[in-house]
Design a protein around this ligand. Structure first.
Ligand code: G3P
Ligand code: MG
Length: 253
């Protein structure tokens, strides 16, 4: 049986998901962002997880600290103890001053408290693909134990996804792509993925049908206008990830 068939219903998760926690309304990948997404009625969030220099999984998108914190240097060379001292909210707005880089375990605790589902994107720093897939999958298995809807682990890195599969094969996986490569079916089969997570611009109705006919769900990112979101949902796209939490609200259909 394929991973997608074993997974059961094609997409038993929320259909509209807040990107990086709170889209553009909050500093990405912070606990404040996750709280904001939940307060606006979102039942699912996407966030990025990278390993700090000491191996602790943390929420951050870029390999360097420059854009989203008041620190400098590489995440993969900075131990969590140092990352924890940085401000990860002031770059966004005064209201979020004092937000920090969350540890993955704290983010999961918050999601579970708020009843939120998560799409956990494994975002390895270059050279840390295997280690990141392994560590995030191990942590996920422990942290979400007993949850009715554990997260879907996704990544642009096939190495990270393969590592996640070897340590926690039971966790559903999504292959992230900007463009849909010609050999997507082979990749999905090899990595035993349940969903293709693609840039919405790469999709058309014909491809959407092919992906569904092959038994996979489709997550489209990052869709920031309601008209496009409705068109994609009409095509049968299973999940929309948005930065525009007001325009593409959690009730969009
Ligand atoms: O998982 C969807 C989306 O987050 C992928 O791109 O760069 O925003 O992490 P990025
Ligand atoms: Mg992401």
């Amino acid at each position: 049986m394929s991973a997608a068939a074993a997974h059961g219903r094609r997409w038993p998760y929320p259909k509209i998901v807040a990107h990086r926690g709170g889209g553009k309304l909050a500093p990405e990948n912070t606990l404040g962002a996750i709280r904001l997404g939940a307060s606006m009625g979102f039942r699912g969030v996407e966030f990025d997880v990278m390993l700090a220099g000491c191996g602790t999984p943390v929420l951050i998108h870029d390999e360097t600290l420059r854009r989203t914190t008041n620190g400098r240097g590489d995440v993969a060379r900075t131990p969590y103890g140092e990352l924890a001292k940085l401000d990860a909210g002031a770059w966004h707005s005064r209201a979020f001053r004092g937000e920090t880089i969350p540890r993955y375990d704290d983010a999961v605790g918050l999601c579970r408290d708020l009843g939120l589902w998560a799409n956990v994107e494994i975002k390895p720093a270059t050279g840390f693909e295997r280690r990141s897939g392994d560590a995030v999958a191990r942590a996920t298995r422990e942290l979400w134990r007993g949850s009715a809807h554990p997260p879907v682990l996704s990544s642009f890195s096939t190495v990270a996804l393969a590592a996640a599969r070897s340590v926690a094969p039971e966790l559903p996986r999504g292959l992230l792509v900007g463009r849909i490569p010609p050999h997507w079916q082979e990749l999905m089969r090899d990595l035993e993925c349940v969903a293709l997570h693609c840039n919405y611009r790469a999709l058309n109705l014909r491809l959407a049908r092919q992906i569904h006919d092959a038994g996979y769900a489709i997550l489209a990112w990052t869709v920031n206008d309601a008209r496009t979101a409705r068109k994609l949902l009409h095509w049968g796209v299973d999940c929309i990830v948005t930065d525009a939490l007001v325009r593409v609200g959690p009730g969009t259909r």
